[in-house]
Design a protein around this ligand. Structure first.
Ligand SMILES: Cc1ncc(COP(=O)(O)O)c(C=O)c1O
Length: 558
């Protein structure tokens, strides 16, 4: 979270509780470190009261992230809050639990016994995706260097519906993002459209198991097959080059710049049909096409294996080299844990891994963070052994049933069209028919009055004309609560029909959009979905440092 600096006179100066003279009478500045200490109870009460303004997590149906855990899991988390997961020598048993989680997850995701890949815990899927993206970039670059070909223009192909972390990866790590546009009737990647964007500089293609926008699974198996056809065609068509005999298995097995891709590698040894096993001839430039597929299974990774185990989306597909999953979404752990897994050791170039020895011992580390809490890893392990396959299946089945039941009822409401109704991720996504005199944003506002947080948003490019409301069904949303939500949605629709909000047309005509239109054609757009924020702008969750000096009197209860 990036916080911004607030000018000294701009912010309300103090935090003032309403309790009078019960133990704390000195002043507390809002944005300057207080000179004096205060009693723990006073500090607690002050913060506790302020946090009451937040939404109730149980009613927050915007998030995929876990808001309920067993008491026993919470106890374990409290017991391990003071452990740093990076202190391997000091906490070897915590490391052992992480290792077991990685093993369980890679097998859950179809890793065969001869696959020698591994993985790591991360803070969430975003960090996991940055690591997976880096591995793809380095793998591609090493192979390009070894083939004596340019490696300065990497690109990555994905649907315009990717979560913002993919856009961050591309921008932070200098990879050109190539987005497959959506259409007003297709809200996920199109396979042919994706293939049209792939070229020799493509470090990988992303498939999402559970789109953030609609919960739909992208066609991962079709992407896998189409990529193989495309690579085979390219490899068959060329005059051959430096990497004729080895296939992709050898592109980065050596990990470093010295690696060669002539002789093949361990990847082929398993004989599992992995892409690149075949001895291709490469294209006319001598480039052997071997484009990997990464699966962003942030949400679906803990849903599909239990609800649709027959669905092929994971390491059972030959081109899937890496997978990320959020432990804190349907892995059912409180926020702060994700996982990234690689199929083969060769998929993770060695130069990305740091051997760290100043904590005692020597340990391999690949991560953006160094220190991080151990408790979420411990809690993930708790869930895995406590629930097992049966437990996860029972929970996911129940969530899917709740989502489908809710979807059926919501779909019957006048003016509503279902976009997704719990068939993939357990969520309900709906839009309004064109003749409805209000928007999904109005419904979202009305629901907020009852405490529900149900987000409304526009679809990604080029389906921005479609706006939806999304209800994520998580553990904690019982059937009974879902019925209450349904009643509140129905009431919101009735109210909005009776009192339709003013159309925003008049305001828009004189607002910034109209001014921009009058200013003439805009410069050519930079390929981005989320523009950079202007310096000094106020951003939610991103605070600026205040120069506030005003001292105020605060009294807190204790
Ligand atoms: C498909 C997808 N990928 C990645 C992310 C980022 O995950 P995290 O919040 O664990 O960083 C999300 C978050 O909602 C997501 O839906």
């Amino acid at each position: 979270m990036l916080s911004r600096k607030i000018p000294i006179d701009a912010a309300p100066p103090n935090v003032t509780p309403t309790y009078a003279s019960r133990g704390m009478t000195h002043s507390v500045l809002r944005n300057v470190l207080p000179e004096e200490s205060m009693e723990p109870r006073a500090a607690y009460q002050l913060i506790h009261d302020e946090l009451a303004l937040d939404a109730n997590p149980a009613l927050n149906l915007a998030t995929f992230v876990t808001t309920y855990m067993d008491d026993e899991a919470q106890r374990l988390m409290v017991e391990t809050f003071n452990k740093n997961a990076i202190d391997w020598d000091e906490y070897p048993q915590t490391v052992a639990l992480q290792d077991r989680c990685v093993n369980m997850l890679s097998r859950l995701f179809g890793s065969a016994e001869h696959h020698d890949g591994g993985g790591t815990a991360t803070v969430g899927s975003s960090e996991a995706i940055h690591l997976a993206g880096l591995a793809m970039k380095f793998r591609w670059r090493n192979a390009r260097r070894a083939a004596g070909l340019p490696c300065d223009r990497p690109n990555i192909v994905m649907g315009a519906n990717v979560q913002v972390c993919w856009e961050k990866f591309a921008r932070y790590f200098d990879v050109e993002p190539r987005y497959v546009p959506l259409t007003p009737t297709r809200f996920i990647i199109g396979v042919d459209e994706a293939m049209a964007l792939v070229d020799e500089n493509t470090i990988g293609v992303v498939g999402i198991l559970g789109s953030t926008y609609t919960g739909q699974y992208e066609p991962i198996a079709a992407l896998d097959a189409a990529l193989t056809v495309l690579c085979d065609e390219r490899n068959a068509g060329g005059a051959g080059g430096t990497n004729k005999t080895g296939g992709a298995g050898g592109t980065n097995n050596a990990g470093g710049a010295g690696g060669t891709n002539k002789t093949g590698g361990a990847n082929g040894a398993g004989g599992d049909g992995r892409a690149g096993d075949a001895n291709g001839t490469g294209d006319a430039n001598g480039w052997f096409w071997d484009v990997p597929l990464h699966v962003d299974a942030a949400s679906g990774g803990f849903v599909a294996p239990f609800l649709t185990p027959e669905l092929l989306w994971d390491f059972r597909l030959p081109r899937v080299h890496s997978i990320n999953v959020s432990g804190h979404k349907y892995g059912l752990v409180y926020p702060g844990v994700g996982w990234v897994l690689w199929r083969e050791a060769a998929d993770l170039p060695r130069e990305l891994i740091f051997e760290v020895d100043y904590l005692g011992g020597s340990h391999a580390n690949f991560g953006l963070n160094f220190s991080r809490g151990a408790s979420q890893i411990v809690a993930q392990y708790y869930n895995l052994i406590r629930l097992g396959r049966d437990g996860y299946t029972a929970i996911m089945t129940s969530l899917a049933e709740t989502a489908r039941g809710l979807a059926v009822e919501v779909g019957r409401l006048p003016g509503v069209t279902l976009v997704a109704g719990g068939t993939d991720l357990p969520l309900v996504c709906l839009r309004l028919n064109d003749d409805v005199p209000f928007t999904v944003f109005d419904i979202s506002d009305r629901l907020r009055l009852r405490g529900w947080v149900v987000p409304a948003y526009r679809m990604a490019a080029d389906a921005e004309s479609v706006s939806v409301l999304r209800i994520v069904v998580r553990e904690g949303l019982s059937r009974d609560m879902a019925d209450c939500l349904l009643a509140d949605i129905a009431a919101a629709l009735t109210h909005l029909r009776a009192f339709p909000p003013e159309p925003p047309a008049a305001a828009a005509a004189s607002g910034p959009a109209a001014a921009a239109a009058a200013a003439g054609p805009a410069p050519a757009p930079v390929p981005t979905r989320h523009p950079s924020v202007p310096v000094g702008a106020c951003i939610a969750g991103m605070a600026r440092v205040s120069t506030e000096k005003v001292e105020t009197k605060t009294t807190a209860v204790c």
